[in-house]
Design a protein around this ligand. Structure first.
Ligand SMILES: NC(=O)c1ccc[n+]([C@@H]2O[C@H](COP(=O)([O-])OP(=O)(O)OC[C@H]3O[C@@H](n4cnc5c(N)ncnc54)[C@H](O)[C@@H]3O)[C@@H](O)[C@H]2O)c1
Length: 388
């Protein structure tokens, strides 16, 4: 036997058998949406059934990878299909409101990529449509579903940090490549939605309702050169309703980011420990017992699953994880045994009080019987093996 029995990162991707009641997903917008279309092979409770884009070239690229699906340039045709249970929306930010409303009206549940909407009017529009139709929505806040952030959250929920006192998040990325690919980015949205939605969402995830916000914005040289209509640099301080502090930083005209920094990072400062989650190096750093620093580095073992065989690629793993979360949350026994959302509730992942969620954070757990405890341990071991 050699010292290394298995070379990390050489695991094949998981292709689990589909659940008999796996949900059919129709995907609208096949650039970032193509990632989900391919990633759905990684999960058991949903499958891709249809794709839609206005551009023939985007359809051709998706069809080359998944020829068995139904493709169309007409959203109405996708919505009319009985095999589409969930519509997953990856169109430009300013169109999300209309596309969500049409999906709800057609009787579909929705996964919508971040940012959910970029105007208050569209927020009200989808809330009214959700209440009218009783359909459900998951906001695809991908960072929450990335390995280090999942680990950081689980440790936080186990109480390892003690009481959280301060959260510090950023998303920093040189974005000039985006303006040529997607001209709407400079014109029809703002980086506070397109970019800052990641760190702001992380602050909300940990701090809960926000009482006070101080925000400053400005425009970089790169942003000015590309005709950015709004701002592309932001500094935001927040105070939660219970008085805890948070800070979010966004910079989308950065010249370059030193490799020691990751483009998305979340630092949590608790009264009993500190932790750091990083995207996209897939690193999770935390304080162990006695103050020892522990660095978990999942890049090599996890890159197939998360990046699709590139070292830093698209968002396959996060999209697969949130689609699985949404499809499972609405299914059978698990959903019946747990509190359900009321029709019209809009629930980002982490709204644990509802929608097939696990026990609310901090809720006392019922003692497990021996068999159930063993079952849980085995399930956890399988989960770790799948990701190793
Ligand atoms: N981390 C993440 O979750 C993440 C990452 C990148 C982008 N996004 C989000 O994904 C969305 C799309 O971003 P992108 O980079 O793919 O943009 P893009 O401009 O590359 O692609 C948008 C696609 O939507 C298609 N489209 C537009 N209107 C349509 C319509 N009415 N019917 C059918 N197709 C239509 C376009 O032809 C295009 O192919 C944005 O909201 C963005 O914020 C999320």
């Amino acid at each position: 036997m050699t010292f290394l029995e298995h070379i990390p990162g050489t695991n094949p991707l998981p292709h689990p058998a589909k659940h008999p009641r796996a949900k059919g997903i129709g995907i609208l917008g096949l650039h970032e949406g193509r990632t989900l279309l391919l990633a759905l092979d990684r999960i058991a409770h949903a499958r891709a059934v249809a794709g839609c884009d206005l551009e023939e070239s985007k359809i051709a690229s998706a069809r080359a990878a998944a020829p068995e699906l139904f493709y169309t340039r007409d959203y109405a045709e996708l919505l009319a299909r009985a095999d589409v249970d969930i519509v997953a929306i990856y169109t430009p930010d300013a169109q999300h409101g209309e596309h969500i409303e049409r999906a709800f009206e057609a009787g579909k549940d929705v996964i919508c990529t971040k940012p959910l909407v970029n105007s208050v009017a569209d927020g009200k529009r989808i809330l009214a449509a959700a209440r009218r139709t009783g359909r459900k929505l998951l906001v695809g806040q991908s960072t929450r579903f990335f390995e280090p952030f999942l680990r950081q959250r689980a440790a936080f929920e186990r109480g390892e940090l003690g009481k959280l006192e301060l959260a510090d998040a950023h998303y920093i990325h040189r974005m000039d490549w985006y303006y040529a690919k997607s001209p709407w980015v400079a014109r029809d949205t703002d980086w506070i939605f397109l970019g800052l939605s990641h760190p702001l969402d992380l602050l909300r995830w940990y701090l809960g309702p926000i009482r006070e916000v101080q925000a400053l914005g400005s425009r970089s040289k790169l942003g000015l050169e590309h005709g950015v209509a709004g701002m592309d640099m932001y500094v935001v301080n927040v105070v939660s309703e219970d008085g805890r502090l948070g800070r979010a930083l966004g910079h989308y005209g950065v010249h370059e980011l030193p490799s020691a920094r990751n483009c998305i990072e979340l630092m949590l400062y608790g009264d009993a420990g500190t932790s750091l989650a990083q995207y996209h190096d897939m690193r999770y750093v935390h304080t162990g017992a006695g103050g020892t620093e522990i660095t978990e580095d999942h890049l090599y073992a996890g890159r197939h699953y998360y990046f699709g065989s590139e070292v830093h690629g698209m968002h396959y793993g996060e999209f697969a994880n949130y689609a699985e979360h949404f499809a499972r949350a609405d299914r059978g026994r698990a959903a019946r045994a747990r509190p359900r959302a009321r029709p019209g509730d809009i629930l980002p992942h982490g709204s644990r009080a509802a929608f097939g969620a696990r026990a609310p954070v901090g809720a006392p757990r019922a003692p497990l019987g021996r068999d159930r405890a063993r079952g849980r341990l085995l399930a956890r071991a399988r989960w770790i093996r799948r990701r190793a």
